[in-house]
Write a protein that binds this ligand. Structure first.
Ligand code: HEM
Length: 385
């Protein structure tokens, strides 16, 4: 994907933006790192992080509380631990810088600069974005060097997480297979971004919808208690949470965290009555398709998880391309199962302990901050069970 300006600073040359061989090398590795067997090993770490979050929630019992803030902490902690073997505190400043750079990118998405002018006159945002880009790069370099040192620089010793696997590629003697240090830095930066804001948005909207629909909250709770009792969620139980799956699908239909998908026409193509020229960039609206009454019926805006009771194909009338919160084809989201596991674990453990209702102060304000986010947070009142 051609990237310029702020977006290039944010996403760099990474899995999200690269094409061809450069993309293929890292995609293979990412598929392996976030593959079912590897994900099983992450379940205890995810549960521990949720447990820590719930301990903090004791002080909020019976009071209004904005869950979204805590989901942000949870998802940053989970991606730090599972993909980079570091703690939330260690990655905190990277997340903060990535969040600031994201905000600047969103703010300037429609800003047009004449070529050459930005070399002569730079705006405050451009200066700040460059500072952030340098800061992120230096912090990621520190993370890389720390891992190299702790593992004695031994090629096979770097670890099985994403950081360890990327280090193996960096030190790979065959240049056809290896990646450069700059690409490695960009890959880590992209995963810091992709790996937590998305899940935060999914958790936020799920809690909002469950608070609004207590009958589904109760159904989901019953299912969790049937499969897990009051114990921690296991990977076997995760696979059996069918009602939870339906709820998450319906949530991503109504509030898809990623609202558009980008593709480029490789050659001239006809699309219905339109002819798209070669190299044209096409934005597909996930949000619009998920709200099209021709596919979903007149009750398209109603929260009805039962649509998904018999799978996505039945829900979409065999039009599987009508529901794609994680994209489509070979570039489909590499973190799909990771994020679903994380959301299921978090929601299960919350439902085991709490009932929640929307606070009268909740303001419904879905906003497009790169991702579809509840701008005013998700304010709920927690009741301990
Ligand atoms: C609810 C959570 C998430 C949603 C809705 C989501 C959505 C998406 C979408 C729509 C795409 C574009 C797919 C395409 O072009 O066909 C994508 C790509 C990607 N996602 Fe996610 N994502 C989520 C969570 C995650 C997580 C947790 C990670 C990392 C652990 C992640 C990593 C990536 C990466 C690396 C790509 C680029 C894949 C490629 O181009 O090969 N995502 N995601």
């Amino acid at each position: 994907m051609d990237m310029e300006g702020y977006a290039k600073k944010l996403l760099g040359e990474s899995l999200v933006t690269n094409e061809g061989e450069k993309w293929g090398k890292v995609r293979k590795l990412a598929n392996h790192t976030f593959h079912a067997e590897s994900l099983k090993r992450m379940v205890p770490e995810m549960s521990e992080s949720v447990q820590k979050m719930l301990e903090r929630w004791r002080e909020h019992e019976g009071k209004e509380f904005n869950m979204l803030k805590d989901f942000r902490l949870l998802t940053t902690e989970v991606i730090s631990r599972t993909a980079f073997g570091s703690s939330y505190m260690e990655g905190k400043h990277i997340f903060e810088m990535v969040a600031k750079l994201t905000a600047i990118t969103v703010k300037n998405v429609y800003t047009v600069r004449f070529p050459g002018i930005s070399i002569l006159i730079r705006t405050d945002d451009e200066i700040e974005a460059e500072k952030l880009e340098r800061g992120i790069k230096n912090s990621i370099l520190e993370l890389i060097r720390k891992r190299e040192k702790s593992k004695d620089g031994m090629f096979e010793n770097f670890g099985t997480d994403y950081l360890g696997q990327l280090l193996k590629l960096l030190h790979e003697p065959d240049t056809n297979k290896s990646i450069t240090l700059d690409q490695m830095i960009d890959e880590i930066k992209a995963l810091y971004g992709a790996g937590h804001l998305t899940t935060t948005s999914l958790l936020g909207w799920s809690v909002f919808l469950l608070a609004l629909h207590p009958e589904w909250q109760e159904k989901a709770r019953k299912e969790v208690v049937a499969f897990c009792g009051l114990e921690k969620t296991t990977s076997d139980a995760i696979a059996r949470l069918k009602t939870m799956n339906m709820i998450l699908n319906e949530c991503m239909r109504l509030y898809p965290p990623a609202i558009t998908l980008t593709r480029k026409a490789k050659r001239e193509v006809r699309l219905g009555s339109m002819t798209l020229p070669a190299n044209m960039t096409i934005f597909m609206s996930i949000l619009a398709l998920h709200h099209d009454p021709r596919i979903w019926g007149e009750d398209v805006h109603v929260f009805k998880p039962e649509r998904f009771a018999e799978g996505v194909a039945k829900a979409t009338n065999n039009n599987a391309a009508a529901f794609f919160p994680f994209g489509l084809g070979p570039r489909t989201c590499v973190g799909q199962n990771f994020t679903t596991n994380e959301a299921k674990i978090a929601l299960s453990m919350i439902l085991q302990r709490y009932k929640f209702t929307l606070s009268p102060n909740y303001v419904h304000y879905p906003s497009d901050n790169f991702l579809l986010t509840p701008k005013d947070g998700v304010k709920v009142v927690l009741e301990s069970i």
